[in-house]
Design a protein around this ligand. Structure first.
Ligand code: ZN
Length: 72
């Protein structure tokens, strides 16, 4: 699950899809996810959660979906 922050396509907590994000002119990346989580990567390499992922239930649902698909 280790990836470059700039290449993240899903919320690292619940796997919700990416819906926005950018590399800002101030030198950091911002990533927004469908679950409403928002993360920043600062130029010094530190990742900051600006909006925590709100949805452990969403993760549980995805795990169940994965299991169902895998077992089908
Ligand atoms: Zn999330």
């Amino acid at each position: 699950m280790s990836r470059k922050f700039s290449e993240l396509k899903r919320c690292p907590v619940c796997k919700a899809d990416l819906y926005g994000g950018e590399q800002t002119t101030m030198g950091y990346w911002r990533k927004d996810f469908v679950c409403d989580a928002e993360f920043f990567l600062w130029a010094n390499g530190r990742v900051v959660v600006s909006k925590p992922c709100p949805s452990p239930s969403y993760l549980a649902a995805l795990v169940l979906e994965d299991h169902k698909a895998g077992a089908a």
